[in-house]
Design a protein around this ligand. Sequence first.
Ligand SMILES: Nc1ncnc2c1ncn2[C@@H]1O[C@H](COP(=O)(O)OP(=O)(O)O)[C@@H](O)[C@H]1O
Ligand SMILES: [Mg+2]
Length: 205
Amino acid sequence: MQKGKFITIDGVEGAGKSTQIDFICNYLDSKGINVILTREPGGTELGEKIRDILLSTDTKSMHADTELLLMFAARNEHINTKIVPALENGDWVLSDRFTDSSYAYQGAGRGLDIERIAQLEKWVLQDFTPDMTLLLDVPVELGMSRVESRGKKDRIELENIEFFNRVRDGYISRSRKFPNRIKLIDSAKNIEHTTEQIKAVLDSL
Ligand SMILES: Nc1ncnc2c1ncn2[C@@H]1O[C@H](COP(=O)(O)OP(=O)(O)O)[C@@H](O)[C@H]1O
Ligand SMILES: [Mg+2]
């Protein structure tokens, strides 16, 4: 029996996920809600090891299906050992990225068949799904310019602009497919403008 709420935040690099996570944690805290912050890929000890394999530039080649399977392997561990137990305990869980990232990056970005991703989702998640997903949307080049100073890019960040444009389009089409769950947030203006939209969504929860 799930008692807490499960919120995920997604979007391309530089969309403002980490920035808004700070706001969301503080806002929920001010309402007396205990929120556990986590991330994907990762979130568990094993999941963080899988993250290293997925994102390290030492990983010279990886078949696209392998990438997808590792994402879902980490996610399986994440859901079963961390997210669901926390929700059952009455805590809220906020995840920096979740399954929508797999549809956007491995599906739209890498070109993997969406139906096969859906089969994996069904296998791993069954009917488990976030209560609310905040999809922060920015033009890819604006997002990239925001994170320019971050230094060394990870294995996936090294992809070209066309890849990330497909990722962004993939996110947008997911939000059209699940308009009740996925809230499309314009994150191209200033931080306060994004925060205001998120606050309105949280209030509705
Ligand atoms: N709406 C916004 N307008 C302008 N700058 C922003 C906005 N959101 C985030 N930033 C800045 O962009 C950079 C990347 O934001 P971050 O939250 O780390 O993005 P993400 O976690 O999605 O990659 C940070 O320097 C942040 O201060
Ligand atoms: Mg971030």
